[in-house]
Design a protein around this ligand. Structure first.
Ligand code: SAM
Length: 234
C-alpha cells in the first residue's frame, strides 16, 4: 500500500485526522525534510523515515517504491495540499511505483490565505510558478485572470537566479503586460507558523523581497457586487 497525503501548511494542528491515522499506521514515511519534520511526532518508533531533497528525490522515491512493492505500508507526505503545486512530485512518485497512487488532500497554504484575507474561491484563480517546465502559459493566464476581474492567489518560484519568479518579478511582469499598478496586493509568509503579512499595491511590490515561504494575493480592482437577495425592506 502507498498513499500520498497533504500534510497541511506547516502547523501540525492543520493535518487532517485521516492523514494522522495513516502516518501512525505506516511502516515507511517519506517526503522532503521540511515536510517530514511537520509530522515527525506522529511517526511510529519502528517506522522507516525516508527524507529527500530536489537532487536525490528520484533515487529516494525508488527506495520507497521498493518498500511498497515488498508489501510495506508507505506514506509520502506533501506540503499543504497535493492538488495545488504538488502534481509534479506526485508524478515522480507514480513513475517510481509504475502505477497511479491514491491521494489524500490536505489544507493548502492557499486555503489559509483565503481565510486570512477573506477571499472567496468562486471569484479567485490559483496559479503556481513553483514548477518545472515552461512558465509562459501560466504567466499569460495570470494576466487574463486579472483582466477578467478575478482575484489571483499565486505561489511564486523561489529557485535559482535564472528561474526565480518571486513577487517582485511577478509584479514587474504584470506591469509590463498592461496590468494596472493599482491592484491591491498582499504577500503572506510562513502561514500558520510565525506569520508575516505585507499589504500594498502591485506597483509597491516591485522592489520588495520576500522569503521562499511566501504566497501572494492580487485582488481584482472590480470585486463582484453581492448577488444574493436584497435585505428585507429594500
Ligand atoms: C511546491 S509549493 C507547494 C504548495 C502546497 N502544495 C500547498 O498547497 O500549500 C511550495 C510553496 O508553497 C508556498 N507555501 C507553502 N506553505 C506555505 C505557508 N505555510 N505559508 C506561505 N507560503 C507557503 C511557498 O511559496 C512554497 O515555496
Amino acid at each position: 500500500m502507498i498513499i500520498c497525503i497533504g500534510a497541511g501548511p506547516g502547523d501540525i494542528g492543520y493535518l487532517t485526522q485521516r492523514g494522522a491515522e495513516l502516518i501512525r499506521d505506516a511502516d515507511v514515511v517519506a517526503g522532503f525534510d521540511a515536510v517530514v519534520n511537520v509530522v515527525r511526532s506522529l511517526i511510529p518508533p519502528g517506522a522507516e523515515i525516508v527524507t529527500m531533497g530536489y537532487r536525490n528525490q528520484v533515487e529516494r522515491l525508488a527506495q520507497v517504491a521498493l518498500a511498497h512493492h515488498a508489501g510495506k505500508r508507505c506514506v509520502v507526505v506533501f506540503m499543504g495540499d497535493i492538488h495545488f503545486s504538488g502534481f509534479q512530485y506526485l508524478e515522480r512518485v507514480e513513475r517510481a511505483c509504475g502505477h497511479e497512487v491514491e491521494t489524500l488532500p490536505g489544507i493548502s497554504s492557499a486555503q489559509i490565505l483565503a481565510s486570512r484575507a477573506k477571499v472567496c474561491f468562486d471569484e479567485t484563480t490559483f496559479i503556481t510558478f513553483h514548477r518545472r517546465g515552461d512558465l509562459d502559459p501560466f504567466k499569460r493566464h495570470l494576466v487574463h485572470v486579472l483582466q477578467d476581474a478575478r482575484n489571483a492567489i499565486v505561489i511564486p518560484c523561489p529557485w535559482d537566479e535564472a528561474r526565480s519568479f518571486m513577487p517582485r518579478h511577478i509584479a514587474a511582469y504584470l506591469l509590463e503586460n498592461g496590468v494596472s499598478p493599482e491592484h491591491p496586493t498582499e504577500v503572506w509568509e510562513n502561514l500558520t507558523r510565525g506569520e508575516a503579512e505585507w499589504h500594498g499595491t502591485l506597483a509597491g511590490c516591485v522592489d520588495r523581497e520576500f522569503t521562499d515561504m511566501s504566497i501572494m494575493l492580487i485582488r481584482t480592482r472590480r470585486p463582484m457586487p453581492s448577488q444574493i437577495e436584497p435585505p428585507e425592506g429594500k
